[in-house]
Design a binder for this molecule. Sequence first.
Ligand SMILES: [Zn+2]
Ligand SMILES: [Zn+2]
Length: 107
Amino acid sequence: MPFFQIEHPWAVTVQALAEFGYSESEAKIALNIFKNRNATSDREFVLRENQRLKEYMICKICKNKLCDTVFLPCGHRVSCWGCASLWEKSCFHCWKPLNGAVRILDA
Ligand SMILES: [Zn+2]
Ligand SMILES: [Zn+2]
């Protein structure tokens, strides 16, 4: 699939930024920062963030299934439904006694 890069003429950019109250010199500084962005570090950031979110979403017990169960009454979400069903005494995170668990269902 071809990629199209849309070049904004300098004047249009300055005019657009002026509407938000920025001066021409401020617009120039902002545009230079945008042009000099390091594509590699942007990509590394996205990959790191993706990894962090994956870890955030995974069960802290089996490290395999989706972390989709909230313990009650503490409210901590630390495990999948399967791991929560095997362990009914206390929260894996704060060790407070449990009186139930709720499975989160994405719509
Ligand atoms: Zn699990
Ligand atoms: Zn807890």
